[in-house]
Design a protein around this ligand. Structure first.
Ligand code: ATP
Length: 321
């Protein structure tokens, strides 16, 4: 049994970034009921913030929703269903650690928004508690644990740009050449309702996927920092079933294009839609135009694709986690 090494009252704060899928190709349904997929996933500068406080034995969670539309509140999971809590229990189970923790989540990632908010929290909990409890698992082991809880979690534990395949458990790093100041800017908009992922996969009909060349171009664009090529290679197999069921989202995407964005795509299974802008200034202009034309019902944020590093820890543990 591992005894937690953290001292009482030592808190650990982690930034858990959301993700967007620059490509998401869904292939056939597998025997286990899941679909095979391939996706280029990048972290973006929209964060949930987790504060972990060691406790003797209990695992407790509290959530605070910041700046999200009111419709997000009922979507908050019950404490035992919270992916961060499930991650904590799983980590204890596999390591035999007897530690406890209070997990406070300051949520800024839209819930059910296709931006992997719950997965980000689980990834941050796994990574942070592994430090806090001194359980010493490798990043690969944490990714494997993450895969047991959700498809997006291994990619989010890894943290940088990746290609995700299989159910999401096969992760290949994608090198990027961003340096500070050259990262791409995006505008994310969310209508305030959530899109149930399972229902969209059920509505998905194969045959609507992209071709190989588009994927190769998108990966090349990421590696070279070629924003124009990336915009021309954005693809999401789930756009058709989502836009079919929620025409409002198709119209939001159309309005982002009219506002001047070079590339617009549904993130994951929605309901968030993002636009890739030429630079920070253009992102602000696009966001302002969306606000002007659509009023306050449309939640939006300007964010950056993050070049590196997912989680920053403050407090007694200062290194990047
Ligand atoms: P997915 O595509 O995996 O369903 P998403 O990115 O669209 O995810 P999330 O914000 O991760 O959306 O929420 C999806 C579901 O996960 C919601 O039903 C929510 O209640 C549940 N959930 C569990 N834990 C969390 C968490 N910590 N934060 C947000 N949602 C969570």
């Amino acid at each position: 049994m591992i005894t937690p090494r953290a001292m009482k009252n030592e808190n650990l704060t982690l930034f858990a970034p959301a993700k967007i899928n620059l490509t998401l190709e869904v292939f056939g349904k597998r025997a286990d009921g899941y679909h095979d997929l391939r996706s280029l996933v990048v972290p973006v500068s929209l964060y949930d913030v987790l504060t972990l406080t060691p406790l003797d034995a209990d695992i407790e969670v509290s959530c605070e929703v910041v700046g999200l539309p009111g419709e997000n509140l009922p979507m908050l999971p019950a404490p035992r269903d919270n992916l961060a809590v499930r991650a904590a229990h799983l980590l204890r189970e596999v390591t035999g650690c007897c530690g406890g923790a209070r997990i406070h989540i300051r949520k800024e990632i839209p819930i059910g928004g296709g931006m992997g908010g719950g997965s980000a929290d689980a990834a941050a909990a796994l990574t942070g508690l592994n430090r806090l409890w001194g359980t010493g698992l490798s990043i690969e082991a944490l990714m494997e644990l993450g895969a047991r809880l959700g498809s997006d979690i291994p990619a989010m534990v890894y943290g940088k740009a990746v290609c995700m395949e299989g159910r999401g458990e096969k992760i290949t790093p994608v090198p990027t050449c961003w340096t500070a100041g050259t990262e791409w800017w995006i505008v994310v908009v969310n209508p305030g309702f959530n899109v149930p992922t399972g229902d969209i996969y059920r509505r998905f009909r194969s045959g609507l996927t992209s071709n190989e060349e588009t994927f190769i171009n998108a990966r090349f664009a990421l590696e070279r920092g070629d924003r124009k090529l990336a915009c021309a290679s954005l693809v999401n197999s789930l756009e058709a079933p989502v836009y079919d069921k929620y025409p409002l989202l198709a119209s939001v995407a159309g309005r982002l294009k009219s506002a001047g964005a070079d590339g617009v795509l549904l993130s994951g299974s929605g309901a968030s839609v993002f636009a890739v802008a030429e630079n920070h200034g253009q992102a602000l202009v696009i966001e302002a135009r969306m606000k002007r034309e659509n009023g306050s019902w449309l939640w939006s944020r300007v964010a950056q694709i993050l070049p590196d590093g997912v989680m920053v820890a403050h407090g007694p543990l200062e290194a990047r986690v």
